[in-house]
Design a protein around this ligand. Structure first.
Ligand code: ATP
Ligand code: AH0
Length: 375
């Protein structure tokens, strides 16, 4: 099946779109993909939506700015698809679209995870762009897992497993996603994947750079490379119950924001030292999570925007003492992997196959999911 995945991640940087051919078990072809960046105004609205969402108690409620944010986000996804189809008209015959939406609140302990994005509205927009009846759209992919008592995240492990099956590696492998939040999938032969969020990846670095320099992120890790890590601050920051909890576990984008304000002492640091310390926190929290796995991995494959951060990769190599390579180095696309994963997950949802497992989200039994909308 030809499937398109659409992902708007915790970095709030844009809509990632990718095409794959898959039966939900293996990937037979990788098609093109693109990122359609949000405007600064979009980002302001999404940031306000995340703040407003902290008060939500129901996943369908859209008070205040959330209604506007959902409309805007749905429009941006429709525009992304329109632009993609005009660049690649041969992909207008897509059979299924996986639409993640934007997480604005993630509180699985309250059985609540909220992704904004109007599935029915997006499907109507797509029908006007393509010939024939149009594709099936699958959205709300986290809801069933959380309703059943799972963490609702991460969901990419089943896709990581499909990719790693194509590699010839001896010993356990970890696939690491470095988005706003970091998550890992540990794969050892045919055992169920073990997965979880490890802590912040780029979100705290991005927020710090924006506040101190106006730049949206630390490009290539240049600021961090010129700074000195405050190891005492790292020790204070790692002294949090999340970092000693074995996976599966998951986070909201802003879970460590207050903790860092309270404990890091960033206000006394230069831009370079602050960036270095936050980058080291990402590496150190990944190292802490790897020490909680049944067997040490022999190889770590890094994907997501943070795989472009050379300083972060260096710190990972120093703190992990295992081989660290990027997804692009094994022939995958580090930037498109999450969008591809939601294409893959949509096909699995259509087939009723599990999206999550007790070892990836803590759900009591393997769980399918997704709301399916047909043209
Ligand atoms: N050249 C670069 N140098 C350093 N960091 C980069 C670079 N390019 C991207 N990034 C970082 O990657 C982030 C985007 O990563 P990505 O698109 O994987 O996140 P996301 O999918 O939004 O998040 P998540 O996976 O948590 O949902 C940017 O916000 C930035 O911090
Ligand atoms: C609730 C939510 O949207 N979580 C995201 C976030 O971004 C990274 C990490 O935290 C991961 O758990 C998840 O996204 C990926 C795509 C996942 O579900 O696998």
């Amino acid at each position: 099946m030809k499937a398109i995945g659409l992902m708007s991640g915790t970095s709030l940087d844009g809509v990632d779109l990718a095409v794959i051919e898959t039966d939900g078990e293996t990937v037979t072809a990788f098609g093109p993909g693109r990122t359609y960046a949000y405007t600064p105004e979009d980002r302001v609205v999404l940031e306000r939506a995340l703040e407003e969402a902290t008060g939500l108690t129901e996943r369908a409620a859209r008070p205040g700015v959330l209604a506007e944010a959902e409309r805007r986000l749905t429009d941006r996804h429709a525009e992304a698809l329109a632009e993609f189809f005009s660049t690649f008209p041969e992909h207008r015959d897509v059979a299924v679209i996986g639409f993640h939406g934007q997480t604005v609140l993630h509180r699985p302990e309250r059985r609540l995870t909220v992704q904004i994005g109007d599935g029915a509205g997006l499907l109507r927009a797509v029908q006007a762009m393509v010939p024939g009846p149009g594709p099936v759209l699958v959205h709300d992919l986290r809801a069933a897992d959380v309703a059943a008592g799972g963490e609702g995240a991460p969901l990419v492990p089943v896709y990581h497993r499909a990719l790693v099956r194509g590699l010839k590696t001896a010993g356990p492998v970890v696939v690491l996603n470095l988005g706003g939040v970091a998550n890992i999938t540990w794969l050892d032969g045919e055992m169920d994947p073990i997965a979880g969020d490890t802590g912040p990846a780029n979100a705290l670095i991005d927020d710090f750079m924006k506040q101190r320099t106006g730049a949206p992120f630390d490009r290539d890790g240049a600021a961090a490379a010129a700074g000195r890590v405050d190891e005492a601050a790292i020790a204070r920051l790692l002294d949090h119950s999340f970092f000693v909890k074995a996976p599966p576990k998951s986070l909201d984008r802003n879970d460590f924001r207050a903790w860092v304000v309270e404990r890091a002492g960033l206000e006394h640091m230069s831009v370079e030292d602050g960036a270095a310390t936050l980058t080291a926190l990402t590496a150190a929290s990944i190292a802490a999570c790897l020490s909680l796995l049944p067997r040490r991995p022999v190889l770590l494959i890094a994907a997501g925007g943070g795989a472009h951060n050379a300083t972060l990769l260096r710190m990972l190599r120093e703190r992990l003492s295992i081989e660290v390579i990027t997804a692009d180095e094994v022939g995958w696309s580090g930037d498109l992997m999450e969008a591809q994963a939601f294409a893959f997950l949509a096909v699995r949802a259509l087939r009723g196959l599990p999206l999550s497992f007790p070892t990836t989200t803590g759900v009591p039994c393997p769980m399918t999911g997704g709301a399916i909308l047909r043209s």
